[in-house]
Design a protein around this ligand. Structure first.
Ligand SMILES: Nc1nc(=O)c2c([nH]1)NC[C@@H]1CN(c3ccc(C(=O)N[C@@H](CCC(=O)O)C(=O)O)cc3)C=[N+]21
Length: 315
Protein backbone atom coordinates (compact mmCIF):
# COMPACT_ATOMS: atom_id res chain seq x y z
CA UNK A 1 0.00 0.00 0.00
CA UNK A 2 2.81 2.41 0.74
CA UNK A 3 4.72 1.41 -2.39
CA UNK A 4 7.94 1.10 -0.46
CA UNK A 5 9.35 -2.29 -1.23
CA UNK A 6 11.25 -1.49 -4.38
CA UNK A 7 14.98 -2.16 -4.35
CA UNK A 8 16.92 0.96 -3.36
CA UNK A 9 18.05 2.96 -6.36
CA UNK A 10 21.60 4.22 -6.22
CA UNK A 11 23.12 7.22 -7.89
CA UNK A 12 26.11 9.44 -7.37
CA UNK A 13 25.60 12.93 -6.20
CA UNK A 14 28.96 14.47 -5.43
CA UNK A 15 32.39 13.00 -6.25
CA UNK A 16 32.18 9.33 -5.42
CA UNK A 17 29.63 9.91 -2.72
CA UNK A 18 26.93 7.33 -2.94
CA UNK A 19 23.41 8.38 -2.10
CA UNK A 20 20.71 5.81 -1.67
CA UNK A 21 17.01 6.33 -1.90
CA UNK A 22 15.57 7.22 1.51
CA UNK A 23 14.48 4.68 4.06
CA UNK A 24 10.71 4.60 4.36
CA UNK A 25 9.31 5.29 7.79
CA UNK A 26 6.29 3.03 7.62
CA UNK A 27 3.73 4.51 9.94
CA UNK A 28 1.14 1.93 8.99
CA UNK A 29 3.40 -0.86 10.26
CA UNK A 30 4.40 0.93 13.45
CA UNK A 31 0.74 1.71 14.06
CA UNK A 32 -0.08 -1.98 13.72
CA UNK A 33 2.56 -2.89 16.30
CA UNK A 34 1.30 -0.33 18.79
CA UNK A 35 -2.31 -1.40 18.26
CA UNK A 36 -1.34 -5.00 18.99
CA UNK A 37 0.24 -3.82 22.27
CA UNK A 38 -2.86 -1.77 23.09
CA UNK A 39 -5.14 -4.69 22.32
CA UNK A 40 -3.37 -6.83 24.91
CA UNK A 41 -3.61 -4.03 27.42
CA UNK A 42 -7.33 -3.61 26.80
CA UNK A 43 -7.83 -7.36 27.25
CA UNK A 44 -5.94 -7.30 30.54
CA UNK A 45 -7.87 -4.32 31.85
CA UNK A 46 -11.15 -6.02 30.94
CA UNK A 47 -10.23 -9.25 32.72
CA UNK A 48 -8.69 -7.67 35.79
CA UNK A 49 -10.99 -4.71 36.36
CA UNK A 50 -14.12 -5.47 34.35
CA UNK A 51 -14.02 -2.17 32.45
CA UNK A 52 -13.37 -1.28 28.81
CA UNK A 53 -12.22 1.96 27.24
CA UNK A 54 -15.19 3.87 25.85
CA UNK A 55 -14.91 6.24 22.89
CA UNK A 56 -17.58 8.35 21.26
CA UNK A 57 -16.92 9.98 17.90
CA UNK A 58 -19.30 12.79 17.06
CA UNK A 59 -19.67 13.64 13.39
CA UNK A 60 -21.70 16.66 12.33
CA UNK A 61 -22.87 16.69 8.73
CA UNK A 62 -21.86 14.52 5.80
CA UNK A 63 -18.43 15.63 4.64
CA UNK A 64 -17.09 12.50 2.85
CA UNK A 65 -13.51 12.93 4.09
CA UNK A 66 -14.72 13.32 7.68
CA UNK A 67 -16.95 10.28 7.28
CA UNK A 68 -14.01 8.22 6.11
CA UNK A 69 -11.76 9.37 9.02
CA UNK A 70 -14.47 8.69 11.56
CA UNK A 71 -15.05 5.25 10.06
CA UNK A 72 -11.33 4.50 10.43
CA UNK A 73 -11.42 5.62 14.08
CA UNK A 74 -14.49 3.52 14.81
CA UNK A 75 -12.91 0.50 13.17
CA UNK A 76 -9.72 0.90 15.19
CA UNK A 77 -11.71 1.24 18.44
CA UNK A 78 -13.78 -1.80 17.60
CA UNK A 79 -10.72 -3.89 16.68
CA UNK A 80 -9.13 -3.08 20.04
CA UNK A 81 -12.21 -4.17 21.98
CA UNK A 82 -13.37 -0.73 23.05
CA UNK A 83 -16.92 0.22 23.85
CA UNK A 84 -17.42 2.57 20.91
CA UNK A 85 -20.26 4.84 19.92
CA UNK A 86 -20.69 6.61 16.60
CA UNK A 87 -22.93 9.63 16.99
CA UNK A 88 -23.92 11.25 13.70
CA UNK A 89 -25.68 14.59 13.80
CA UNK A 90 -27.25 16.59 10.97
CA UNK A 91 -25.29 19.52 9.51
CA UNK A 92 -27.92 21.96 10.79
CA UNK A 93 -27.75 20.88 14.46
CA UNK A 94 -27.79 23.98 16.67
CA UNK A 95 -24.76 24.89 18.71
CA UNK A 96 -26.92 24.59 21.81
CA UNK A 97 -27.96 21.04 20.96
CA UNK A 98 -24.37 20.04 20.25
CA UNK A 99 -23.25 21.45 23.59
CA UNK A 100 -26.04 19.51 25.32
CA UNK A 101 -24.87 16.34 23.59
CA UNK A 102 -21.31 16.89 24.78
CA UNK A 103 -22.61 17.41 28.29
CA UNK A 104 -24.43 14.10 28.08
CA UNK A 105 -21.21 12.27 27.17
CA UNK A 106 -19.24 14.22 29.78
CA UNK A 107 -21.55 12.66 32.38
CA UNK A 108 -21.67 9.16 30.85
CA UNK A 109 -19.45 6.86 32.96
CA UNK A 110 -19.06 4.38 30.07
CA UNK A 111 -17.43 7.07 27.92
CA UNK A 112 -13.74 7.79 28.55
CA UNK A 113 -12.99 9.74 25.39
CA UNK A 114 -14.98 12.23 23.34
CA UNK A 115 -13.88 13.09 19.82
CA UNK A 116 -15.67 15.75 17.82
CA UNK A 117 -14.60 15.46 14.23
CA UNK A 118 -13.36 18.75 12.82
CA UNK A 119 -14.11 20.88 10.88
CA UNK A 120 -17.57 21.81 12.18
CA UNK A 121 -20.22 23.67 10.13
CA UNK A 122 -19.72 27.44 10.06
CA UNK A 123 -22.70 28.31 12.28
CA UNK A 124 -21.07 26.46 15.18
CA UNK A 125 -18.31 28.10 17.20
CA UNK A 126 -15.56 25.49 17.24
CA UNK A 127 -13.83 27.00 20.27
CA UNK A 128 -16.99 26.96 22.31
CA UNK A 129 -17.47 23.29 21.50
CA UNK A 130 -13.88 22.34 22.33
CA UNK A 131 -14.13 24.21 25.66
CA UNK A 132 -17.23 22.18 26.53
CA UNK A 133 -15.49 18.80 26.51
CA UNK A 134 -14.43 17.54 29.93
CA UNK A 135 -10.61 17.91 29.77
CA UNK A 136 -10.30 14.43 31.28
CA UNK A 137 -12.21 13.01 28.28
CA UNK A 138 -10.45 15.19 25.74
CA UNK A 139 -8.54 12.45 23.93
CA UNK A 140 -7.73 14.82 21.05
CA UNK A 141 -6.03 17.13 23.60
CA UNK A 142 -7.61 20.21 21.98
CA UNK A 143 -9.11 21.72 25.17
CA UNK A 144 -7.21 24.85 26.30
CA UNK A 145 -6.50 23.15 29.64
CA UNK A 146 -4.66 20.32 27.87
CA UNK A 147 -3.00 22.72 25.44
CA UNK A 148 -1.74 24.69 28.43
CA UNK A 149 -0.45 21.62 30.20
CA UNK A 150 1.43 20.63 27.05
CA UNK A 151 2.99 24.08 26.89
CA UNK A 152 4.46 23.71 30.40
CA UNK A 153 5.69 20.19 29.74
CA UNK A 154 3.10 18.42 31.92
CA UNK A 155 0.66 16.88 29.45
CA UNK A 156 -1.98 14.36 30.50
CA UNK A 157 -2.78 13.71 26.85
CA UNK A 158 -0.64 14.45 23.83
CA UNK A 159 -2.38 15.69 20.67
CA UNK A 160 -2.67 12.69 18.36
CA UNK A 161 -0.87 13.73 15.18
CA UNK A 162 2.13 15.30 16.97
CA UNK A 163 2.31 12.28 19.30
CA UNK A 164 2.35 10.00 16.26
CA UNK A 165 5.13 12.01 14.66
CA UNK A 166 7.25 11.89 17.81
CA UNK A 167 6.70 8.15 18.14
CA UNK A 168 7.82 7.65 14.52
CA UNK A 169 10.97 9.69 15.15
CA UNK A 170 11.77 7.64 18.24
CA UNK A 171 11.03 4.27 16.68
CA UNK A 172 12.98 5.06 13.51
CA UNK A 173 16.05 5.85 15.63
CA UNK A 174 16.19 9.50 14.55
CA UNK A 175 18.44 11.63 16.77
CA UNK A 176 16.34 14.57 17.91
CA UNK A 177 18.52 15.97 20.68
CA UNK A 178 20.24 19.09 19.38
CA UNK A 179 18.72 18.56 15.93
CA UNK A 180 17.56 21.46 13.79
CA UNK A 181 13.83 20.83 13.40
CA UNK A 182 11.88 22.90 10.91
CA UNK A 183 8.08 22.77 11.04
CA UNK A 184 6.14 24.08 8.04
CA UNK A 185 2.66 25.08 9.21
CA UNK A 186 1.33 26.72 12.37
CA UNK A 187 -2.05 25.09 12.97
CA UNK A 188 -3.32 24.42 16.47
CA UNK A 189 -3.69 20.75 15.58
CA UNK A 190 -0.22 20.00 14.19
CA UNK A 191 2.27 22.83 13.63
CA UNK A 192 2.12 24.60 16.98
CA UNK A 193 1.91 21.54 19.23
CA UNK A 194 4.65 19.57 17.43
CA UNK A 195 6.92 22.63 17.64
CA UNK A 196 6.33 22.83 21.38
CA UNK A 197 6.85 19.10 21.86
CA UNK A 198 10.09 19.00 19.89
CA UNK A 199 11.63 21.76 22.00
CA UNK A 200 10.72 20.25 25.36
CA UNK A 201 13.13 18.20 27.41
CA UNK A 202 12.91 14.45 27.02
CA UNK A 203 13.12 11.57 24.56
CA UNK A 204 12.20 12.34 20.96
CA UNK A 205 12.70 16.04 21.70
CA UNK A 206 15.41 18.48 22.92
CA UNK A 207 15.55 19.97 19.44
CA UNK A 208 16.09 23.51 18.16
CA UNK A 209 12.85 24.44 16.45
CA UNK A 210 11.93 26.84 13.65
CA UNK A 211 8.32 27.31 12.54
CA UNK A 212 7.53 28.50 9.01
CA UNK A 213 4.12 29.72 7.86
CA UNK A 214 2.39 31.67 5.11
CA UNK A 215 4.14 34.92 6.06
CA UNK A 216 7.62 33.43 6.27
CA UNK A 217 9.90 35.37 3.91
CA UNK A 218 12.01 32.52 2.58
CA UNK A 219 10.66 29.09 3.46
CA UNK A 220 13.36 27.26 1.48
CA UNK A 221 16.10 29.02 3.41
CA UNK A 222 14.76 27.34 6.54
CA UNK A 223 13.83 23.93 5.13
CA UNK A 224 17.32 23.52 3.63
CA UNK A 225 18.80 23.82 7.11
CA UNK A 226 16.57 21.16 8.68
CA UNK A 227 17.91 17.89 10.04
CA UNK A 228 14.28 16.96 10.63
CA UNK A 229 11.65 18.55 8.40
CA UNK A 230 8.01 18.30 9.47
CA UNK A 231 5.56 19.48 6.83
CA UNK A 232 1.94 20.26 7.70
CA UNK A 233 1.24 22.99 5.18
CA UNK A 234 -1.98 21.68 3.69
CA UNK A 235 -0.70 22.25 0.15
CA UNK A 236 -0.22 19.29 -2.18
CA UNK A 237 3.49 18.58 -2.87
CA UNK A 238 4.49 21.99 -1.52
CA UNK A 239 8.03 21.01 -0.50
CA UNK A 240 10.26 20.08 -3.44
CA UNK A 241 13.30 17.80 -3.41
CA UNK A 242 15.79 20.67 -3.64
CA UNK A 243 14.32 22.30 -0.52
CA UNK A 244 15.65 19.40 1.53
CA UNK A 245 19.09 18.99 3.02
CA UNK A 246 20.75 15.73 1.87
CA UNK A 247 20.34 13.14 4.62
CA UNK A 248 17.46 14.91 6.38
CA UNK A 249 14.55 13.04 7.93
CA UNK A 250 11.26 14.17 6.38
CA UNK A 251 7.86 13.80 8.05
CA UNK A 252 4.97 14.48 5.69
CA UNK A 253 1.73 15.27 7.52
CA UNK A 254 -0.25 16.18 4.39
CA UNK A 255 -3.31 14.20 3.33
CA UNK A 256 -4.54 15.71 0.08
CA UNK A 257 -7.12 13.93 -2.01
CA UNK A 258 -6.08 14.52 -5.63
CA UNK A 259 -8.64 12.27 -7.26
CA UNK A 260 -10.36 8.92 -7.19
CA UNK A 261 -9.51 5.61 -8.80
CA UNK A 262 -11.94 3.96 -11.19
CA UNK A 263 -13.35 1.96 -8.27
CA UNK A 264 -13.83 5.07 -6.15
CA UNK A 265 -10.79 4.84 -3.84
CA UNK A 266 -9.22 8.10 -2.68
CA UNK A 267 -5.89 8.99 -4.32
CA UNK A 268 -3.80 10.74 -1.69
CA UNK A 269 -0.70 12.89 -1.94
CA UNK A 270 1.31 14.52 0.78
CA UNK A 271 2.63 18.04 1.29
CA UNK A 272 6.05 16.87 0.06
CA UNK A 273 6.94 15.97 -3.53
CA UNK A 274 7.72 12.41 -2.53
CA UNK A 275 9.52 11.12 -5.64
CA UNK A 276 12.02 13.97 -5.52
CA UNK A 277 12.34 14.06 -1.75
CA UNK A 278 13.13 10.39 -1.40
CA UNK A 279 16.29 10.85 -3.48
CA UNK A 280 17.60 13.48 -1.06
CA UNK A 281 16.33 12.53 2.39
CA UNK A 282 17.76 9.70 4.49
CA UNK A 283 14.30 8.75 5.69
CA UNK A 284 10.77 9.83 4.80
CA UNK A 285 7.18 9.01 5.69
CA UNK A 286 4.95 7.99 2.76
CA UNK A 287 1.40 9.22 2.15
CA UNK A 288 -0.71 7.21 2.65
CA UNK A 289 0.72 4.82 5.24
CA UNK A 290 2.81 7.33 7.17
CA UNK A 291 1.58 9.77 9.79
CA UNK A 292 -2.18 9.18 9.23
CA UNK A 293 -2.42 5.70 10.76
CA UNK A 294 -0.28 6.88 13.69
CA UNK A 295 -2.77 9.68 14.42
CA UNK A 296 -5.56 7.18 14.88
CA UNK A 297 -3.36 4.91 16.97
CA UNK A 298 -2.46 7.73 19.35
CA UNK A 299 -6.16 8.48 19.74
CA UNK A 300 -6.61 4.87 20.85
CA UNK A 301 -3.66 5.19 23.22
CA UNK A 302 -5.13 8.33 24.80
CA UNK A 303 -8.48 6.60 25.23
CA UNK A 304 -6.89 3.64 27.03
CA UNK A 305 -5.08 6.10 29.26
CA UNK A 306 -8.31 7.98 29.98
CA UNK A 307 -10.00 4.70 30.91
CA UNK A 308 -7.21 3.91 33.37
CA UNK A 309 -7.41 7.35 34.96
CA UNK A 310 -11.21 7.24 35.22
CA UNK A 311 -11.12 3.82 36.86
CA UNK A 312 -8.16 4.54 39.09
CA UNK A 313 -6.10 1.82 37.43
CA UNK A 314 -2.45 2.40 38.17
CA UNK A 315 -0.25 0.14 36.05
N1 LIG B 1 -11.28 16.07 16.19
C1 LIG B 1 -10.48 15.70 15.20
N2 LIG B 1 -9.43 14.90 15.47
C2 LIG B 1 -8.59 14.48 14.47
O1 LIG B 1 -7.64 13.75 14.74
C3 LIG B 1 -8.86 14.90 13.13
C4 LIG B 1 -9.96 15.73 12.90
N3 LIG B 1 -10.74 16.11 13.95
N4 LIG B 1 -10.25 16.16 11.65
C5 LIG B 1 -9.48 15.76 10.50
C6 LIG B 1 -8.06 15.36 10.84
C7 LIG B 1 -7.41 14.45 9.82
N5 LIG B 1 -7.09 13.22 10.52
C8 LIG B 1 -6.57 12.07 9.92
C9 LIG B 1 -6.53 10.86 10.57
C10 LIG B 1 -6.09 9.71 9.94
C11 LIG B 1 -5.69 9.74 8.63
C12 LIG B 1 -5.27 8.46 7.96
O2 LIG B 1 -5.29 7.39 8.55
N6 LIG B 1 -4.88 8.49 6.69
C13 LIG B 1 -4.51 7.29 5.95
C14 LIG B 1 -5.29 7.20 4.66
C15 LIG B 1 -6.76 7.14 4.86
C16 LIG B 1 -7.53 7.27 3.55
O3 LIG B 1 -7.31 6.46 2.64
O4 LIG B 1 -8.35 8.17 3.48
C17 LIG B 1 -3.05 7.34 5.63
O5 LIG B 1 -2.48 8.44 5.63
O6 LIG B 1 -2.48 6.29 5.37
C18 LIG B 1 -5.69 10.93 7.97
C19 LIG B 1 -6.13 12.09 8.61
C20 LIG B 1 -7.53 13.33 11.80
N7 LIG B 1 -8.07 14.52 12.06
Amino acid sequence: MDGGDMPPRRFFCRKGEEIMSAKLIKGAEVAKEIRAELKEEVQRIKEKYGVEPGLVTILVGENPASQSYVRAKQKAAHDLGFYSVQDNQPADISEEALLALIDKYNKDPKIDGILIQLPLPKHINENKVLYAIDPGKDVDAFHPFNVGKLMIGQPDYLPCTPAGIQELLIRSGTETSGAEVVVVGRSNIVGKPIAVMMMQKGPGANATVTVCHTRTKDVQFHTKRADILIVAAGVTEYVKGDWIKPGAVVIDVGVNEVGRTADGKRILKGDVAFDEAKEVASAITPVPGGVGPMTITMLMKNTVRACKVHNNIKE
